[in-house]
Design a binder for this molecule. Structure first.
Ligand SMILES: [Mn+2]
Length: 324
């Protein structure tokens, strides 16, 4: 439960010899960029480092340098480390099967930026005023004085740009852009990296997107928008549920829309993704339907048939926005 400063976190890392570093399940660009750059920093400090994540690196992030070194926690000897370090995870459950190794280490450091962080380390370097965990790794590079190379810059760019939606939201301040300038100084080639991370989509995603857009309907006088993807949409495109990631945002980013949903028929029911713009709160609606999430981005799964499930949610959103 011990809250520590940047300087203390640096001391803890400096004192360690063999370090286990892990991140959250279903890793994204911040999780992997932070994990890999922290691993690189520790290796440059002369440490023996093992990097672990319960889930595999998604295909679109396999270009990140070093991503092939990340292992599953399963076979890892929990007694082999004097320090375990978790990065970008808000609680112990979020690191999944890495918790076994993490919890067995005599020293346990959690580095994170989530406001909901439970301080599950013995030491916790948590700052929820930064946009990404990558910003905290940038600070650690600064504090240790270790020189950042091109690969580190690419990894940290992945972290900073992912958690801000490619510099569109989140807590971007002067320090954030000074750190970005530091990445450019270290040799970041930003255009190909941006294309790789933010512009290129899989053909499956684009085919699903076409079907979702074809299903787009407006309600509440254009303030509510909804899209759906059926079993047939997945079958005919050959796409998997993971290829639908980000599609719901297309309905939100339309003039006049304040609240939207994407309903997808999946194996265990109809999965709903909800989005809103302030001052609305879709987490409250998601909780009412048995799910949860954040104020502006949440979700739930319904066991009802698609049409019934959609009708129930639409009525709830209309109660919020009006029925015009
Ligand atoms: Mn993050």
């Amino acid at each position: 439960m011990n809250e520590i400063s940047l300087k203390q976190a640096t001391d803890t890392l400096t004192r360690a010899d063999r370090v286990f570093v892990c991140t959250h399940v279903e890793p994204d660009g911040d999780a992997l960029g932070s994990l890999l750059s922290l691993g690189s920093l520790l290796r440059k400090m002369g440490k023996q480092v093992t990097l672990a994540c319960q889930d595999p690196v998604p295909e679109n992030l396999r270009f990140l340098p070093g991503s092939g070194d990340i292992r599953r926690p399963d076979g890892v000897d929990a007694d082999a480390f004097d320090l375990a370090c978790s990065i970008d995870a808000s609680d112990l459950g979020r690191i999944g099967s890495a918790a076994r190794v993490f919890s067995a280490c005599p020293r346990r450091l959690a580095i994170d930026h989530h406001a909901s962080n439970t301080r599950f380390g013995l030491e916790n370097y948590v700052d929820s005023t930064v946009a990404s965990s990558g910003n905290l790794v940038c600070r650690l590079f600064g504090e240790t004085g270790v020189r950042m190379d091109e690969n580190d810059a690419l990894l940290l760019y992945a972290a900073l740009s992912t958690d801000t939606g490619n510099f569109s939201f989140g807590q971007m301040d002067e320090e954030f852009f000074l750190q970005m300038a530091g990445l450019m100084h270290a040799g970041l080639d930003i255009s190909p990296a941006a294309r790789q991370l933010h512009l290129i989509k899989s053909p499956y995603h684009i085919k699903l997107l076409g079907r979702a857009i074809a299903s787009l309907r407006f309600f509440s006088g254009g303030r509510q928008a909804g899209m759906r993807l059926t079993h047939a949409d997945f079958e005919k495109t050959g796409a998997k549920p993971e290829h639908a990631e980000g599609i719901v945002n297309r309905a939100l980013n339309i003039y006049g829309v304040e609240m939207c949903y994407l309903a997808s028929e999946e194996e265990d029911g109809v999965k709903f993704n909800l989005r809103a713009v302030p001052p609305h709160d879709v987490s409250r609606i998601a909780v009412e339907f048995g799910g949860g999430g954040h104020l502006l981005a949440s979700g739930f799964t319904s066991r009802k048939p698609l049409n019934d499930a959609v009708r129930a949610l639409r009525a709830r959103m209309e109660a919020e926005l009006g029925r015009e």
